[in-house]
Write a protein that binds this ligand. Structure first.
Ligand SMILES: [Zn+2]
Length: 99
């Protein structure tokens, strides 16, 4: 088996580079909505975040979504993303830390 290089992406919240599959992709929909791309296959510009609501909040504070996705992110959208990431982590709780 050949060893593949792990694709790295940078979290727009904490600015750390991590393997792409460990990050959550955030995309801007054509109508300017910010969505979590859980399949990794959604079209459009993407930004990456750690699976951590704090990184989402940080990114929001810095306006990082607006910068990476070239759209305006309302406070409401941001809150929703933070919540969705929080919910996601809960769902994944049983299978974390098995690196
Ligand atoms: Zn992060």
């Amino acid at each position: 088996m050949k060893k593949n290089k792990v694709p790295m992406r940078r979290c727009v919240g904490c600015m750390e580079s991590k393997p792409k599959r460990e990050l959550i992709r955030i995309v801007a929909s054509p109508d300017g909505e910010v969505l979590l791309d859980l399949t990794g296959k959604a079209n459009g510009r993407g930004a990456y975040l750690c699976p951590d609501p704090e990184c989402a909040a940080k990114a929001g504070k810095k306006n990082a979504f607006a910068r990476s996705l070239h759209i305006n992110v309302s406070e409401e959208d941001l809150q929703r993303i933070v919540r969705e990431i929080g919910a996601m982590i809960h769902t994944n709780d049983q299978r974390t830390n098995r690196e």
